[in-house]
Design a protein around this ligand. Structure first.
Ligand code: NDP
Ligand code: PYC
Length: 340
């Protein structure tokens, strides 16, 4: 199968054009294209260009506001809010992130609540915006009911991603970002599209029986990572980034959307920390102590999370992003066809 290699800028232009043509404002289109292209650039296929069709389906169903203008609500405290007004989360995050960073540096800790957004993206672009500002950060959100709780048999929790980052002066940050299900639903979709069975232990069918068939898994439920531990972390995310911020939990998000074929609408919680402020002048520079820990991990031959991603990013910057013929044809078709 023939392949096409595009520069990051060229792919960004194509994806932005697709979303402008679909009716998104420039603010929304550029923010959505940036996270999709970042996913493709970093070798995160489950949140790369494969997400374009889901976004367009959600738009066509009228479930996301293409021209939404996110609104910052800042009362000067440690909790800032961004009302996404039914738009996509990346534009809302971009509006609030500088204020979150400024507030965390001033107070030591600050949180950003995003309400009323369609959320389809990986969380690491957001975490890296904060580690780039010298802050440690956590982000989390519900999704929609597609994961059975540990010991249960049917979909209730979301794939609920959780991400953390620590800044490393002069180097790539320490970042992890994962679904609290054993894999992201996007991974299951990619298995279905390429006709590959799932590994054992990922999912159950609609009757609660173990399955390796991606279609049966999508109709049934994924399982949490780490059994009862992942299930509890996922439940915490429902509480903190759903119930606590006055937004939808995963079962509520699925009920309001009516289908897991579209992208979910809910909120997100992002927390930023100033390591210097927390260290409070106690002995030992927190950044130097963190480096000692990272070196000890790597010293055992283990890799740090995001290392694969950063390597893919450097390769893409030097050599471009390579897409197969089917992916390229999909992009061209989306660019050429009228939206709807
Ligand atoms: P993965 O299991 O692919 O990766 C999880 C993390 O673990 C990454 O940081 C990865 O780094 C790291 N990692 C993987 N293997 C190793 C290893 N051997 N040693 C050390 N670290 C390792 O992620 P998921 O499939 O769970 O999630 C993929 C994406 O889906 C996430 O970005 C998440 O935000 C997104 N998502 C979004 C949702 C939403 O509602 N918006 C819902 C669910 C998921 P590396 O990347 O370098 O491999
Ligand atoms: O891959 O599980 C997933 C997902 C849900 C919403 C966005 N991504």
């Amino acid at each position: 199968m023939s392949e096409t290699t595009l520069s990051i800028a060229a792919l960004t232009q194509i994806v932005t054009e697709i979303f402008l043509k679909a009716g998104l404002s420039t603010q929304q289109a550029e923010a959505v294209a940036a996270v999709i292209v970042a996913g493709e650039r970093d070798g995160c296929k489950s949140h790369g260009i494969y997400r374009i069709d889901g976004n367009l389906r959600t738009l066509a169903a009228g479930k996301v506001q293409p021209q939404a203008v996110p609104e910052l609500r800042d009362d000067g405290t440690g909790v800032i809010r961004v009302a996404a007004h039914g738009g996509f989360s990346p534009a809302a995050f971009a509006l609030g992130a500088p204020v979150l960073a400024e507030r965390a540096k001033k107070l030591g800790i600050a949180a950003m609540v995003i309400n009323d957004c369609t959320h389809f993206s990986a969380l690491w672009p957001e975490i890296e915006a904060l580690t780039d500002a010298g802050l440690a950060a956590m982000a989390m959100c519900p999704s929609y009911a597609t994961v059975a709780p540990s010991g249960g048999i049917s979909a209730l929790l979301g794939t609920n991603p959780f991400a953390f980052g620590w800044p490393r002066p002069g180097g790539d940050p320490y970042v992890f970002d994962f679904a609290t299900s054993i894999a992201a639903r996007g991974e299951v979709e990619l298995h279905r599209i390429s006709g590959k069975p799932l590994p054992e232990g990922w999912a159950v069918d609609h009757e609660g029986n173990p399955t390796t068939d991606p279609t049966a898994a999508l109709q049934g439920a994924l399982l949490p990572f780490g059994g009862h531990k992942g299930s509890a972390i996922s439940t915490m995310i429902e509480l903190l980034a759903g119930v606590m911020i006055g937004d939808l939990t995963s079962p509520e998000a699925l009920a309001s959307l009516g289908s897991a074929e579209l992208l979910p609408h809910h909120g997100e919680l992002v927390i930023a920390f100033s390591p210097e402020r927390f260290a409070g002048g106690r002995a030992g520079d927190p950044f130097a102590r963190a480096e000692a820990l990272f070196e000890a991990i790597a010293g055992q031959g283990a890799r740090l999370p995001s290392q694969r991603r950063f390597a893919a990013r450097r390769k893409a910057a030097a050599e471009g992003i390579t897409l197969d013929a089917e992916e390229m044809a999909g992009l061209e078709a989306r660019r050429a066809q009228p939206f709807g």
